[in-house]
Design a protein around this ligand. Structure first.
Ligand SMILES: NC(=O)c1ccc[n+]([C@@H]2O[C@H](COP(=O)([O-])OP(=O)(O)OC[C@H]3O[C@@H](n4cnc5c(N)ncnc54)[C@H](O)[C@@H]3O)[C@@H](O)[C@H]2O)c1
Length: 379
């Protein structure tokens, strides 16, 4: 008999849908002690929130997140709102004794993130941040190969996250859908939105970053603001390039932009070790490229591993070898790991505390770009 865990979801946009899909599916595929129940969806507009609740199977709705937190029948609060609300909601949810699942980035900056870590630690509530790329089977397999020592000493970590959706000069900033261009809502541009993913995966695969130097650019300097109706300065970074040193001595390069015409979500990573190299590409997410120097020279070369066999991470839960899964499954895996962690009293990563370290990397990157120097990453 599974134990019900009542979820209150705040924000029903892109991530609200991705998480709701995961709650609906997880117990069909994973044997778990807990079962997430879609108890309440929260949004500001009653009609739209009700329509979302009907479509995604939520039992009730709220139009003010404070009312959701006051409900005794909510066990877990899932924060899927823009970044400027993460801190306030998370602290209130911790004070109300709720478990918290918060979307990434943890906050707009490290200072906000610290307050959130303090709040969950004081309240002693289980918490996790949705850095979902760790749970794409090919990426989890990369972690397994590195931990087994197959790459040997690591020399290089290289990662990019490229998009092209903000090139138009007449695109507005602020409000629904465009909050990512408004520094007050987002905290930063590509650094917090996209590089935060690259840094989280990098820290997970290759350990902490020690220092960074970065440059950023804002290509369109002013945009009409949807909330004020005025043309306002754009204060987010449209593009960011980073050189870094990891604590293990390896070198890292990271680049992100929303001005790479032709790229929608090109998240790639490549790791070069003494014995082997690994590469992965979100556009082909079920494959892991692997080069092993120990192979016979006449057959040595990059191989493309189709990550679908049942002995590969998470794949025994899905279909049969040869049949791939996709983006949404990373969220199913993350919910499954959270629920398994609860049952074993071993929190699933990344917790708020772990995600704060990624926030510190973002802070150091933005400070470096501003000061035009190298910055140590706060540990
Ligand atoms: N893990 C990932 O890969 C990933 C991908 C996309 C977004 N995100 C993160 O998820 C969060 C949400 O992003 P999104 O793409 O879903 O945005 P979105 O704009 O699609 O959805 C945001 C939702 O929050 C709601 N909202 C805003 N203010 C609110 C309030 N006061 N009360 C209740 N609801 C409110 C909006 O109405 C909307 O439904 C962000 O922190 C973002 O960085 C993570």
């Amino acid at each position: 008999m599974t134990k019900a865990l009542n979820v209150g979801l705040i924000g029903y946009g892109f991530m609200g849908r991705a998480h709701s899909n995961a709650y609906a599916k997880v117990n069909h595929f994973f044997d778990l002690a807990y079962r997430p129940v879609r108890k309440a969806a929260c949004g500001r507009d009653q009609k739209n929130t009700q329509a979302f609740a009907d479509q995604w199977g939520y039992e009730s709705i709220e139009t003010d997140w404070r009312n959701l937190l006051a409900r005794k029948d909510i066990d877990v609060v899932d924060i899927c709102t823009p970044n400027n609300l993460h801190r306030e909601i998370a602290i209130a949810a911790a004070e109300a004794g709720k478990m918290i699942l918060c979307e990434k980035p943890l906050a707009r900056n490290g200072a906000e993130g610290q307050d959130m870590v303090q709040a969950v630690e004081k309240a002693g509530v289980p918490n996790m941040v949705w850095y979902n790329y760790r749970r794409i089977p090919a990426v989890t397999l990369a972690k397994q190969l590195i931990d087994e020592g197959r790459l040997g000493k690591i020399f290089h970590y290289r990662s990019v996250f490229l998009q092209d959706w903000t090139i138009a000069e007449d695109l507005h900033q602020g409000g629904q859908a465009l909050w990512r261009l408004d520094v007050n809502a987002a905290g930063s541009g590509v650094t917090g939105d996209l590089l935060a993913h690259c840094f989280d995966t990098a820290r997970w695969l290759n350990g902490d970053l020690d220092s960074v130097t970065a440059m950023t650019e804002t290509f369109v300097k002013e945009r009409m603001h949807n909330l004020t109706g005025k043309v306002e300065k754009v204060e987010i970074d449209d593009a960011c390039a980073v050189l870094s040193r990891f604590a293990n001595g390896s070198l890292g390069t990271f680049e992100s932009t929303r001005y790479a015409r032709g790229h929608k979500a090109l998240y790639t990573l490549e790791i070069n070790g003494e014995k082997a190299s690994i590469a992965w590409d979100l556009h082909d997410l079920h494959r892991l490229s692997y080069f092993d120097h120990a192979d016979d020279s006449i057959v040595r070369g990059w191989r493309s591993i189709h990550v679908t066999d049942s002995d590969m991470p998470y794949m025994d839960k899905w279909w049969v070898p040869g049949l791939q899964i996709g983006y949404e499954h990373s969220f199913v895996h993350q919910v499954a790991d959270f629920l398994e962690g609860l049952a074993k009293d071993e929190p699933a990563a990344p917790t708020f505390k772990d995600a704060l370290k990624t926030q510190y990397v973002c802070d150091a990157v933005l400070d470096s770009a501003k000061a035009q120097n190298w910055q140590k990453v706060r540990q």
